[in-house]
Structure formats: C-alpha cells, structure tokens
Design a protein around this ligand. Structure first.
Ligand code: FRU
Length: 493
C-alpha cells in the first residue's frame, strides 16, 4: 500500500518536472558544465556511486518549487560525471517517518550489496508533535525504481541525543561489516556516531567516531568517512563555525573500538558556496567528492540563493574533485581530469609581465578555464589581482595579497545581485611559484591554488556581456611563467 503512495508521489513529481522543464532548460543562468536538476530546487549530493558501469548522482530535490520544500531524491546517471541523463525521481515522501511538508527524504548515501543498489537516508517527520530524524533504507534491483524497507526506520537517535539533529547516514563496507556514520547533537556539541551491520537492516551502535568539544561546532551535517593511503578521513559541514562550511580531519581508525583519532585538520573549500560534499570511489579507484554550490540562510554572509528562482530552478553542484593525500597528511582537491575533454580554443602565453595596468586574458567566453603560474622569485608586486566576469568596470575580484599573506574573493558588485567575500591564508613557505587554476561557468567561479589545497567556490550571476577577465598588479610587477586559457564546451542540457 505504502509503496503505491510513493509511486503516486513520484508520478506527480515527474508531471510537474515535465511541465516546466523546457522553459527552465533554456533559461539565462543555467550552467554550461556544472551538474543541475532539470527544474526546481536542489541541495546536497546524495547516494553518489559508481554502479554497474555508470555514475549515479542523487540529490536533495524539491520538484515543486525553486525553494527548499519536502525533500525528494532526484536521480541522474553519467559515464563521465560531466554529461548526465536524468532518471525518474528515486525517493518521494510517503511514510509516517518521512511524509511531512518540512521533512521528507533527507540526505544519505548508496552502496551496492547482493546485486542491488541500496540507499540509506534520513526520514524527517513529526511524531507526537515533535520532529524526529531517523535512518531508513530503500533498495532497487534495476537502479531506477526503489522500494522502502517495510520495517523502517532502522535506527533512531540514541538516548540523550536530539531527535531532530540526527541525520545524513554515509555507509561503506569494511571487512565483514557495513558501517554507517551519522551527524548528531548532544549537549549543544557535534558528534559523528558510527554504527555497524551485517545485512544493512539490523544496526548496532559502535561508538562516537569523533566529536566537537566546541572548537568544531554544534552539529555536523553530511559526515563522510573514507580510507585514503594508510590514513582515514572524516569530512563534514559544521554548523556554528561562522565562515567555515567544510572541514576535513585526517587520522587513524580503530575498527574494533569505532574510534577515529585525527592529527590534521583542514578546509575543503574556503568559498561561500561549497557545502555538504559527499565522496565515492570511481571506476579507477579514485576518491571523488562533489559538493553543493550554495549556502544556507543560517550562514553569516547569507543574502539569498541567487536570482535563478525567477526561472523556476535553483542549485547546482561544484565540479567533481579527486582527493589526494599529501606526504604531510593534508588533502588536495583536484578537479577531475575528465574536464580536459571539454576544452577547446586553447591559448598559451609564456613569460608575461603584468604591471598596474590591466592585462586582458585571451578568453572572452563565459564558460572557460584559466591556468596561471606566478613566478615568485621575479615578482615584486605586493598584490596580484584578478577581475573576472567583468564588463570592463565591475567584476568578481580575487586578490592575492603578499603583504597581508591572504587571498580573498569578493563578489560585491560583481553582478548587481550577490555580495560577500571569502578569505583564506596565503601559504608562501619557500615557494618558487604560485599555481592558480580557475573554472568559470555561467553562474559560478571556482578558484584553486596552493597545489589544490586552498580553494574558493563562489556563485556569481553576471550577465553574458560580463565576459572579460583581467589581471593587474599593485606596488610592483607580477611575473607569470605561463598563462593558459581554454573555452569549455557545453556539457549540460
Ligand atoms: C545539508 C542538509 C542536511 C539535510 C538536508 C536537508 O545541507 O541540511 O543535513 O539532510 O540538507 O535537505
């Protein structure tokens, strides 16, 4: 009976999408090569998995509005993580534990087991007048149509934990067991709880995998845990840490006790629009992460989610990145090499000197890639500035400030809509060159530097006439070993 209700809800959602998708697809702020839904609202990436020869991306989805609402799981597949085919909505609210206008099927993850594709998600609904978040299971034989487990929920918040702050299960297999980590809150402090199971249905609480003692916020959304090299990584999006939207911890795991002891802490991205990244292993064993390119209304700089709501859609993902562990146990986040297949119209220049007058880069596309190498031995400037998506006057402004040892990315005045500046330290130690890699798309700019260890993603909703990109120096000259530009071909519908 209840699977009948989910079917009806999915059909209803599909009709809504079909009704508006043509109008949405041609609209002005649509990205050219970043993942989006056909129409409506999306937030977190969910259930990312390489399954039976294809990448499956699921996502937090409200097909009925360009704003957050009762959460469904949207679904799309891809051969290269860049070109996608949309599939029917995978999960819709339909049960007492997930059917609520302020709830639904919240974030979760996927795993292959017994030839089936299993989804683990958080159901949010009211019980006796209070909201509860519980962990639930669904599966599919064909990777398209899902059935919710009749004995859901399979895990509820432990005694002493807040019932409405227990969410976002990430599952993986290690040895004989399945493991799951969930974000939780107790005594106003964030915890990551680890559970284990032999069959994906019966779960036992193992331990508090890791926790905040105040320094890492009061709640961790979308925790993710994986092995890399001889280390383990816990990532999450913390609540209550001001400018900080994504954290990683590198350390060692004891599967007997369920305790993770970390020694390194870092930021996945310093930008204003990078949240809730989820990881998965791709076909070649690379560890890939994908994040949601937006922010929540509780963040200090929040203004709104951008102007695309006028065209009946909102939200996209940041570019997939490969995670690489460094020798000193930090992480690099490198945009996947598949992106190179979208390059065209290459220009390469060598040994360029830039002074205070603006130097116009040789790409006027609103979807392009730029790579720069600053020669730090020959550069005398105190600042190197980039003015991107500019109309000749205004633009998004990246400033590499050698004096203050800081990088900043400001979008104040960049598009007449957005505001806010993200900032990160500029790590100079003994370097001979500074590498900069930029991806510009219709409505966002991704900025990678410091060998992909310091990155900023920000959304910018500038019109197409803002298609110039400049560099200029302050207080001295900037010397570039090379400047390379490409136009990027359209990959999205
Ligand atoms: C993170 C998040 C998750 C939750 C989902 C709801 O962005 O708040 O914690 O499951 O979004 O859509």
């Amino acid at each position: 009976m209840s699977s009948e209700l989910m079917k009806q809800r999915i059909n209803k959602a599909q009709m809504e999408i079909d009704l508006i998708k043509e109008e949405v697809l041609g609209s002005r702020y649509r990205q050219k090569y970043h993942f989006m839904a056909e129409a409506g609202w999306i937030n977190d990436p969910n259930g990312l998995i390489y399954y039976k020869g294809q990448y499956h991306f699921f996502y937090q989805y409200n097909p009925y509005d360009a704003y957050w609402g009762a959460m469904h799981w949207g679904h799309a597949v891809s051969d290269d993580m860049l070109h996608f085919t949309y599939l029917p909505v995978a999960l819709a609210p339909s049960e007492s534990y997930d059917d609520d206008e302020n709830g639904g099927c919240f974030s979760g993850s996927a795993i292959e087991y017994d030839g089936k594709l299993w989804l683990m998600y958080t159901g949010r609904a009211k019980l006796d007048g209070e909201y509860h978040q519980t962990q639930c299971v669904a599966w599919s034989d064909d990777g398209i149509t899902f059935t919710k487990y009749e004995n859901n929920p399979v895990v509820t918040a432990p005694q002493g934990y807040e019932a409405d702050n227990f969410r976002d299960p990430k599952v993986w297999k290690h040895g004989e067991y399945f493991y799951m980590v969930c974000g939780a809150k107790k005594d106003n402090l964030a915890k990551a709880l680890i559970y284990r199971s032999e069959n994906m249905l019966d779960w036992e609480f193992l331990n508090v995998l890791a926790e905040s003692r105040g320094e890492l916020g009061y709640m961790w959304e979308c925790p993710d845990f994986f092995e890399i090299g001889d280390k383990h990584v816990l990532m999450f999006s913390p609540m209550g840490l001001n400018e900080c939207t994504s954290v990683y911890l590198v350390g060692d795991m004891n599967y007997e006790t369920g305790k993770f002891i970390y020694s390194t802490t870092g930021r996945i991205d310093w930008g204003l629009d990078y949240y809730a990244p989820q990881s998965f292993n791709d076909a070649d064993g690379r560890r890939i992460i994908v994040g949601w390119a937006n922010s929540w209304d509780w963040m200090p700089w929040f203004k709104d989610w951008g102007p695309s709501f006028k065209d009946k859609w909102c939200g996209f993902f940041n570019l997939p990145r490969e995670v690489v562990l460094t020798e000193d146990n930090r992480l690099k986040f490198i945009p996947i090499k598949e992106l190179e297949s979208l390059r065209c119209n290459e220009t390469k220049e060598k040994n360029i000197t830039v002074l205070k007058d603006r130097y116009l880069l040789k790409t006027d596309s609103i979807s392009c890639e730029i790579k720069l190498s600053v020669n730090l031995l020959k550069t005398t400037a105190q600042q190197i500035n980039l003015l991107l998506r500019s109309d000749g006057e205004n633009g998004a402004h990246i400033c590499i400030d050698f004096k203050r040892q800081e990088m900043s990315f400001s979008r104040d005045g960049a598009d007449g809509w957005s505001n806010g500046t993200s900032r990160s330290p500029l790590i100079m130690a003994d370097k001979e060159h500074l590498d900069i890699h930029i991806f510009i798309d219709q409505s966002s700019i991704e900025f990678y530097t410091d060998d992909y260890m310091t990155n900023h993603c920000l959304n910018v909703f500038a019109p197409c006439k803002n298609n110039r990109n400049y560099i200029f120096a302050a207080e001295g000259k900037a010397e570039f070993n090379f400047i390379e530009c490409w136009e990027i071909k359209k990959a999205t519908d």
